[in-house]
Design a protein around this ligand. Structure first.
Ligand code: TZP
Ligand code: MG
Length: 355
């Protein structure tokens, strides 16, 4: 058959190549690493690749001529690649995706479709930073766990129970990440509590984060630290802790979130969504709009926090929050285990609604 439009055929082949390459990477993060955040951002980019040229679909299919493609025969004769490590497969597929995107750009320019070409250029740049995040995610041994509830301590809101007693109940209820947040006590006491919590969390495979104090986090061998906007910069903290350490940062606006992500934070706090009395120096509630921004734009894990209770949790989950930070509703519950079970069920119910 006559090769009537080489640009359209190149475009068609490369759109398939790029989507397939992203799908391979996505599946490694989905099934191999069970990394929700990376799976999510790869899925977004795969959809963006397809949606950007949706109006060309019928043109592309009309011009598809697999039987006349000399590349098929060459490929059939070539031995299969012997890549067996995840990192080799990732590297090969990122290259495939980026080369494909460049080829798409050039074909579109040759067809006079400069605006769409520009969009694919942006997608290509996006893949460069996702590639870096993928490598960081797998080179770090410490991951933000894939989990629904992020618990924090608050002894003054624990109905007379100690931080240690509350943490014990959280662990028994199956909580997978706990932050030690304690603003009042002297450092020697904080140190003793953190040492004990480290022991308890380690024994139960629970991620342990220390609020505010990177020195305390390092001394007690916590998995990470959680800092605020006016604390030391993420880069400076990272220089101190190394890569094998989780750094989380509170954010209250899109610019702060983007900056934290660029600076190499492992996760961000998104909030306060609703008004809360738990945090003393807290800003006004950011409401649902900022959460919606985070759901669409943030590619690292994020913890939705601030005034979240059993009665309003459905609102944030329906907007796309997957991990929710809850303080007083849990620390102040009469029965912490039952409260966690019941909140967890509400989260599941909302997630099932959207399937
Ligand atoms: N960061 C933003 S709001 C907040 C923190 C630590 C406190 C949330 O507490 P609560 O009791 O769940 O409203
Ligand atoms: Mg702080």
């Amino acid at each position: 058959m006559k090769n009537n439009n080489p640009y359209i055929r190149t475009l068609d082949a490369n759109l398939n190549r790029v989507s397939e390459g992203i799908r391979v990477i996505e599946d490694i993060f989905r099934f191999g690493y069970e990394n929700i955040a990376m799976t999510h951002s790869l899925r977004n980019i795969r959809h963006r690749v397809r949606n950007t040229s949706q109006m060309l679909t019928s043109l592309l299919l009309h011009n598809r001529q697999v039987a006349f493609d000399p590349g098929v025969a060459i490929s059939m004769k070539t031995n299969i690649d012997h890549r067996n490590k995840h990192t080799d497969i990732l590297q090969a597929n990122f290259k495939r995706v980026q080369e494909g995107l460049r080829s798409i750009e050039e074909s579109l320019k040759s067809m006079g479709k400069y605006d769409i070409a520009k969009q694919y250029e942006q997608i290509r740049f996006q893949t460069y930073s996702i590639e870096k995040k993928c490598y960081l995610a797998i080179s770090r041994k410490k991951f933000f766990p894939a989990t629904d509830i992020y618990c924090l301590t608050a002894e003054s809101l624990s109905c007379g129970r100690t931080n240690l007693a509350v943490v014990e109940e959280m662990i028994q209820a199956g909580i997978k990440i706990i932050q030690y947040r304690e603003k009042e006590k002297p450092f020697d006491e904080k140190y003793r509590e953190c040492m004990k919590i480290r022991e308890m969390t380690q024994a139960n495979d629970v991620t342990f984060i220390v609020n505010d104090h990177v020195d305390l986090a390092l001394m007690t061998k916590a998995d990470g630290v959680h800092i605020g906007q006016t604390d030391y910069p993420v880069e400076a903290v990272r220089a101190l802790t190394g890569d094998d350490f989780i750094i989380g940062i509170s954010t209250h606006a899109p610019e702060e979130a983007m900056r934290a992500q660029e600076a190499g934070a492992d996760y961000i706090g998104v909030g306060p969504i609703y008004s809360t009395k738990t945090k003393k120096d807290v800003c006004d509630p950011v409401g649902h709009a900022y959460l919606e921004f985070a759901v669409k734009n943030i590619t690292i894990p994020f913890v939705t926090i601030g005034g979240i209770k059993e009665h309003n949790i459905h609102e944030v989950v329906r907007l796309g929050a997957t991990c929710v930070g809850i303080v007083s509703e849990i620390t102040g519950a009469y029965n912490i285990g039952e409260k966690i079970m019941s909140i967890r069920q509400k989260i599941k119910d909302c997630q099932n609604e959207t399937i």
